[in-house]
Design a protein around this ligand. Structure first.
Ligand code: HEC
Ligand code: HEC
Ligand code: HEC
Ligand code: HEC
Length: 343
């Protein structure tokens, strides 16, 4: 029997298996910094094209007249949207339904027998989310600029945004045969399958641990930064690159990661983005813990939280920079004279 054809088939199979993990060339490169600095972005046009739908913003409903009876004169239980006209209020309710729960509609948040009733947890969460969205657009201008965000930026037509994170359960203490994994070596998706710490979010996007790892002295004295700490920083940086679909050189001149001069303005934006994500997680997501039912909580009982991917979902600007919030000015400022619903 001639085994050659079989061997050839086997080799072809092995080659296919090995190559499906690769991106098919050609890729495009775009210069992103001064010449000679190697600051180049690498794109795969086919992947960009495949994701066009993901980054397309839905059309806004035609604006409603701001005059007319105020919502708080007509409805019984409005704590944040009271100053809108009834027309604007209804338009926002219809838009929110399409952004959060297009299949269920109003009843995803409302008891259909009594719209003023707050018995569904989704309505209580939604009220706080309206305040969170206003806070992002009003107070985080250094990050979101005039582009801003709406519910759709994170939710994309789903009650639970596609990209959220939870704290990881504490690792088994006590050494197994590979020793203490120190939160890493898991090939986790959160760090693009690298062997970096798989939860770089708790220390940096919830707690305020130091992201800087380059010491300013040559010797360890006075230099508390270790390789282990550098790996946490690299975990976060890997997430940031993946979340935005960019290379490290989108923000850094890699001649020196710690140096800020000669870096593109995107790095400053990212600096604010880190602080913004931390603020949202601390002031909005974590305090909602007792409002969410247990099936929405993570393995350690915490709420789903926000990272760069929650809004960006692989794009350098969420929805490729579509300025959706300009059609919803009520989401750019606190609308009620009284307020702070459920803090
Ligand atoms: C994602 C959750 C959500 C969806 C979906 C939703 N609403 Fe609401 N709705 C709210 C929240 C939150 C409030 C309270 C706003 C406030 O406190 O200012 C509210 C308040 C109301 C009120 C005022 C009730 C009262 O008397 O206090 C009406 C009316 C209303 N919504 C109608 C609708 C309609 C109609 C739809 C479907 C087209 C809808 N809503 C979809 C969250 C939602
Ligand atoms: C910065 C991202 C972000 C924005 C903007 C945002 N949300 Fe959320 N939302 C979240 C996260 C994260 C959760 C937690 C997911 C979960 O339910 O476990 C959530 C949960 C919810 C839930 C609960 C869904 C469920 O089934 O548990 C509702 C309702 C909701 N949001 C409504 C809104 C509304 C209405 C807006 C706009 C006014 C909005 N959200 C804007 C991130 C966001
Ligand atoms: C979206 C912008 C952005 C991208 C992409 C990015 N970084 Fe960063 N990087 C920052 C910012 C902002 C800081 C400073 C964070 C702070 O101090 O809060 C930083 C800090 C660092 C530091 C610490 C520097 C110091 O002062 O000690 C290192 C190391 C680093 N980045 C490496 C990387 C690597 C490697 C990549 C690619 C995998 C990367 N970064 C991708 C924005 C970015
Ligand atoms: C609440 C949603 C939201 C979150 C969370 C978020 N961003 Fe952004 N980001 C935006 C919006 C909106 C813009 C567009 C601002 C503009 O048009 O200038 C933006 C722009 C940026 C830009 C500028 C891109 C460019 O080419 O000008 C960078 C860099 C960036 N974000 C990094 C981050 C990083 C890093 C994180 C996580 C630490 C993060 N973002 C988290 C909403 C968000």
């Amino acid at each position: 029997m001639n085994i050659l054809p079989q061997t050839a088939k086997l080799l072809a199979l092995v080659a296919t298996v090995l190559l499906v993990g690769c991106e098919r060339p050609p890729t495009d490169t775009v210069q992103h910094g001064f010449r000679g600095t190697g600051m180049v972005q690498v794109y795969n046009p086919r992947i960009v094209e495949q994701n066009t739908d993901l980054h397309a913003a839905p059309a806004a409903l035609p604006a409603s007249a701001p005059d007319g009876t105020r919502a708080d004169k007509v409805y019984k239980n409005v704590k944040v949207l009271g100053s809108l006209s009834v027309g604007e209020f209804t338009r926002l309710m219809v838009s929110m339904s399409s952004w959060i729960a297009p299949n269920e509609g109003c009843t995803y948040c409302h008891n259909p027998a009594n719209f003023a009733d707050d018995s569904k947890y989704t309505k209580v969460v939604a009220r706080r989310m309206i305040e969170m969205t206003q806070h992002i657009n009003a107070d985080w201008q250094p990050h979101v600029a005039q582009t801003g965000v709406t519910c759709y930026t994170c939710h994309r037509g789903q009650p639970v945004p596609a990209q959220v994170w939870f704290k990881e359960p504490a690792q088994q203490n006590g050494a197994d045969f590979i020793g203490d994994a120190a939160g890493q070596n898991k090939a986790a998706l959160s760090v693009a399958l690298a062997s970096l710490p798989s939860d770089p979010f708790t220390p940096f996007l919830l707690e305020n641990k130091d992201i800087r790892v380059n010491g300013d002295t040559a010797l360890p004295s006075g230099n508390r930064h270790s390789i282990k700490q550098a790996e946490w920083t690299y975990g976060l940086m890997t997430h940031m690159s993946t979340a935005l679909g960019v290379n490290c050189t989108y923000c850094h001149n890699t001649q020196s990661f710690s140096n800020w001069s000669g870096n593109p303005p995107q790095r400053v934006k990212a600096w604010h983005g880190i602080r913004m994500a931390r603020d949202l997680n601390l002031d909005y997501m974590e305090p909602l813990q007792s409002t969410f039912p247990s099936n929405r909580l993570g393995p350690t009982g915490d709420t789903a939280k926000v990272n760069c991917a929650t809004c960006h979902q692989g794009a350098y600007k969420p929805l490729n920079g579509a300025p959706m919030v300009k059609d919803f000015p009520e989401l750019t400022r606190p609308t009620a004279s009284t307020s702070v619903a459920s803090k």
